[in-house]
Design a protein around this ligand. Structure first.
Ligand code: SF4
Length: 350
């Protein structure tokens, strides 16, 4: 990164502008991410939520430029990191950023850790890729990193192989690798999904403490709003490749606006409720080859759908201070939206 950009603390750390990412299927491209825009500020933790197939992971792989070669492609928009456009950088330049300024952890560490190398070797590789230090120094740093993520007997574990560790310990190793070069942005894609509830809470706590200690920003990708409530500052809700709602975490939980968010909330298990009564959302996210071209993409599953939802595409707009949603219920330019707006105004005037 140039000193010019690095010193400009007014610039958001990451700016995603009208991102469109597509996949080639039978010779044609179909967008899995469609016109997504958002900023990540320094030291901020932003949760990205939505069911599988909503474009969350494709969006994060686009930021990292880790889309499958020849199949996935950024087809439009821009991604800026510290003010510098990175979506068209060469592999070599992107390699300098990946692992150093931006790093990523995945859901299942066994797919990211190499089973034939020791834990220590794999952490040292990350460090030696970006820093000119001796192997001994890199090994000592690996041990310190393992200690910092709560691995007991770090000086022994450093010489062990991934299969010798539990799932929770492997995820801690992944976190140690991801923070080895003190990145400014960590993208965590479903980092706790494969773990049991107790370990999940410990990993979230660990991520939060590392974020505070290192002044790092985190994008936390998850299908679980409960995880978001634990550590995020702001939330983006994605559905069928688009952002449908955005607010700070308190506002979103107290005042969800989009019917999709409302249903996701109802699907969060509550301590005092019978799990058999948990709400589910009927139907499926449309596949990328079968995306509605006009109208609201949630219309075939939405309990509040109106006739115009099939023909008018809702745009993301402010529905309360600092709170945005893409839903015609809140768009006063259309008859049903206007009617509901008046009803709301009438209700609040009483
Ligand atoms: Fe439901 Fe219509 Fe709003 Fe879409 S625009 S979420 S279908 S009410």
């Amino acid at each position: 990164m140039s000193a010019n950009y690095a010193s400009n603390h007014q610039t958001p750390l990451l700016q995603v502008k009208n991102l469109q990412t597509g996949f080639k299927i039978d010779g044609d491209y179909f967008n899995a991410v469609e016109g997504v825009s958002f900023n990540i500020q320094r030291k901020q933790i932003v949760g990205v939520v939505g069911e599988s197939g909503c474009g969350k992971s494709v969006m994060s792989l686009s930021i990292m430029q880790l889309l499958p070669a020849g199949i996935g492609k950024i087809r439009g928009g821009e991604i800026e990191f510290e003010g510098e456009a990175i979506s068209k950088l060469s592999d070599k330049k992107m390699n300098n950023i990946r692992g150093k300024d931006i790093s990523m952890i995945f859901q299942e560490p066994m797919t990211s850790l190499n089973p034939v190398f020791t834990i220590g070797y794999q952490i040292q590789e990350v460090i030696l890729n970006h820093e000119k230090i001796s192997k001994k120094e890199a090994r000592n740093r690996s041990i310190s990193l393992l200690k910092s993520v709560g691995i007991p007997r770090a000086d022994k574990i450093v010489d062990e192989y991934p299969h010798q560790l539990s799932g929770g310990m492997r995820q801690r190793v992944m976190i140690a690798m991801a923070i080895a070069c003190q990145p400014k942005l960590l993208i965590a894609d479903e980092p706790t999904t494969a773990l049991d509830v107790t370990v999940q809470a410990q990993i979230l706590e660990l991520l939060k403490s590392i974020q505070e200690a290192n002044d790092m920003s985190i994008i936390l990708i998850t299908h679980d709003l409960g995880v978001v409530a634990e550590i995020c500052d702001e939330v983006l809700v994605m559905y069928a490749g688009k952002i449908v709602e955005r607010a700070n975490v308190e506002e979103l939980f107290n005042n969800p606006k989009h019917p999709y968010t409302d249903l996701l909330m109802k699907a969060i298990p509550k301590m005092d409720e019978d799990v058999e009564k948990l709400a589910t959302i009927d139907g499926l996210v449309p596949s990328i080859t079968n995306m509605p071209q006009v109208g609201c993409r949630f219309s075939n599953r939405c309990p509040k759908a109106m006739p115009e939802c099939m023909t008018i595409t809702p745009q993301l707009g402010e529905v309360a201070a600092g709170h945005e949603a893409a839903c015609l219920l809140y768009d006063s330019s259309w008859p049903s939206g206007e009617k509901r707006q008046k009803e709301r105004e009438g209700a609040s005037a009483v």
